[in-house]
Design a binder for this molecule. Structure first.
Ligand code: PLP
Length: 388
C-alpha cells in the first residue's frame, strides 16, 4: 500500500502509541490503573441517558440529521453561553456542533490554513493543535507555558514578525496538561494581541465546568468584542462525563464558523439526532449535579497532592481541569519515569513530552480513575519513588 507523504509528518497520536505500552503491562498480568488519559470514569446525568433513549425510540430519529446541527441543540448551546457566561450568541450563525471538539480543532486548521501559513501553539499543549496545522501543511511556531509565568504565555515575547505572519493562535484554559487557569484580564490582552496582528484567536475551553472550590472559569468571549477575532471550542466530554459520545461545539466569530462548517460538510454528515437531543439536555445540567461531581474530583486531587508532597514531586494544586502536572524526581526523564512506573507497578501516567518539548521533566496524572483506585495508585507510586 502506498502511504501518503503527509503520514510521514503526522506521527501516531502519542496516546495511541502509549496504549500499546499499557496493553503490554496488562498482558504481563499487571493490575493497570489508568491515570494517563482524561476520560471521565463517572456517568452522565440519568436524564441525559433517558433523553438519548427516548429520542432513539422515535422512528424518525434515524435519518441523516443535517449538516449544521439541529436548531434545538444550537439554541441549547446559545442558552448555555447566555446563562453561564452572560455571552449572547446567535444560534444560527455563531454555533457549530462538533463530533467532539478534537474533530473541530483539526478541521478548523484545514478551514483556515494554506501550506506555509503559521499557527501559534502553546508548548506544552493539546497535540491536535499541532497535528491539525501539520495536516493543513501549515507551519507551527510554539510559545512556552512556563511555571514561573503561572503557565500563561508571555505575549510580549512573541516576535512581532512571527505574530504578523500568524493566521491562528491557540489558547486553552483551564489548561491541559498543566491545570493552570486564566483570568479575563489575560483574555483581554490576548484579544488585543489577536486584533493587532490580525490573528484568529482560538480558545479551547472543554474544562470550564470542571472546577474546584469557589473557582468559576470565564469564557474568552466575555471580553467585549472578542467575537470579532475569536472562536471558542467547548465540549461535553468533561463537563458532562460524555467523552465517548463525541459531542462538542465551536462558538463565536461567524465567518470562521462558516468556514469550519463548510469543511465539515465535506467530511461528515452531521451527528445522530438522539445524541444531539441528549446533548441539549446535558447543556442544562443541574448545578448541584456538577458541584457533586466536582467534589469527587477535588477529593482525588487531595489524595494525589498528599502523596506527591510526601515523595518530593513538586506540583501546583489545580483549581480546574482533570490533571495534576508533576515534576518527575531528579535523575529521571519523563518517559523513563512513566515507563518504569507502568512496568513495575501498573500505574499509567502521561509523559510530559506528549504535550510538547517543554513538557520534559513532568508527568501528567489524570484524576479520572475511581477514588479508591487513585488511592491505590498513589500507594504504588509512593513505594516506587521511595525505593529508587
Ligand atoms: C484541551 C483539550 N481540548 C480538546 C479535547 C478534546 O475533547 P473532545 O472529547 O471534545 O474531542 C481535549 C481532550 O482531552 C482536551 O484536553
Amino acid at each position: 500500500m502506498k502511504r501518503a507523504n503527509r503520514l510521514t509528518d503526522l506521527p501516531p497520536y502519542p496516546f495511541a502509541r502509549w496504549a500499546a505500552e499499557v496493553n503490554a503491562a496488562r498482558d504481563q498480568g499487571l493490575d493497570v490503573i489508568r491515570m494517563d488519559i482524561g476520560s471521565p470514569d463517572l456517568p452522565p446525568e440519568d436524564d441525559v441517558v433517558e433523553a438519548l433513549y427516548k429520542s432513539a425510540r422515535q422512528p424518525d430519529s434515524h435519518g441523516y440529521p443535517g449538516y449544521r446541527g439541529i436548531p434545538e441543540l444550537r439554541q441549547a448551546v446559545a442558552d448555555y453561553y447566555g446563562r453561564r457566561f452572560g455571552v449572547e450568541l446567535d444560534a444560527d450563525t455563531q454555533v457549530v456542533p462538533l463530533i467532539g471538539s478534537k474533530e473541530g480543532i483539526v478541521n478548523l486548521a484545514l478551514a483556515c490554513l494554506d501550506p506555509g501559513d503559521l499557527a501559534l501553539v502553546p508548548d506544552p499543549g493539546y497535540a491536535p493543535y499541532t497535528m491539525g496545522a501539520g495536516l493543513a501543511g501549515g507551519e507551527v511556531v510554539t510559545f512556552p507555558l512556563l511555571a514561573e509565568n503561572d503557565f500563561l504565555p508571555d505575549l510580549d515575547a512573541i516576535p512581532a514578525d512571527v505574530a504578523d505572519r500568524a493566521v491562528l493562535m491557540w489558547l486553552n484554559y483551564p489548561n491541559n496538561p498543566t491545570g493552570a487557569i486564566a483570568g479575563l484580564d489575560f483574555f483581554a490582552r490576548a484579544v488585543d494581541f489577536a486584533r493587532e496582528h490580525d490573528i484568529l484567536l482560538c480558545h479551547d475551553a472543554p474544562y470550564c465546568d470542571v472546577t474546584y472550590g469557589d473557582y468559576v472559569a470565564p469564557s474568552l468571549l466575555q471580553v467585549p468584542g472578542a467575537e470579532e477575532v475569536a472562536i471558542e471550542f467547548n465540549s461535553l466530554s468533561k463537563t458532562a462525563n460524555m467523552a465517548g459520545w463525541r459531542m462538542g461545539m465551536a462558538v463565536g466569530n461567524a465567518e470562521a464558523l462558516a468556514a469550519l462548517a463548510q469543511i465539515k460538510s465535506n467530511f461528515d454528515s452531521g451527528i445522530f439526532r438522539p445524541l444531539q437531543e441528549a446533548a441539549a439536555r446535558a447543556l442544562a445540567a443541574d448545578p448541584e449535579w456538577l458541584a457533586a461531581r466536582n467534589a469527587i474530583y477535588a477529593e482525588r486531587v487531595d489524595v494525589i497532592l498528599e502523596t506527591l508532597t510526601e515523595v518530593g514531586m513538586a506540583a501546583v494544586r489545580p483549581r480546574a481541569a482533570l490533571y495534576v502536572w508533576a515534576k518527575v524526581p531528579a535523575g529521571w526523564t519523563s518517559e523513563g519515569f512513566a515507563q518504569g512506573l507502568l512496568r513495575q507497578t501498573g500505574v499509567a501516567v502521561a509523559p510530559g513530552p506528549f504535550f510538547g518539548a517543554a513538557g520534559e521533566g513532568y508527568v501528567r496524572l489524570s484524576i479520572t480513575a475511581p477514588t479508591e483506585r487513585v488511592r491505590e495508585a498513589m500507594a504504588r507510586l509512593s513505594q516506587f519513588v521511595l525505593e529508587q
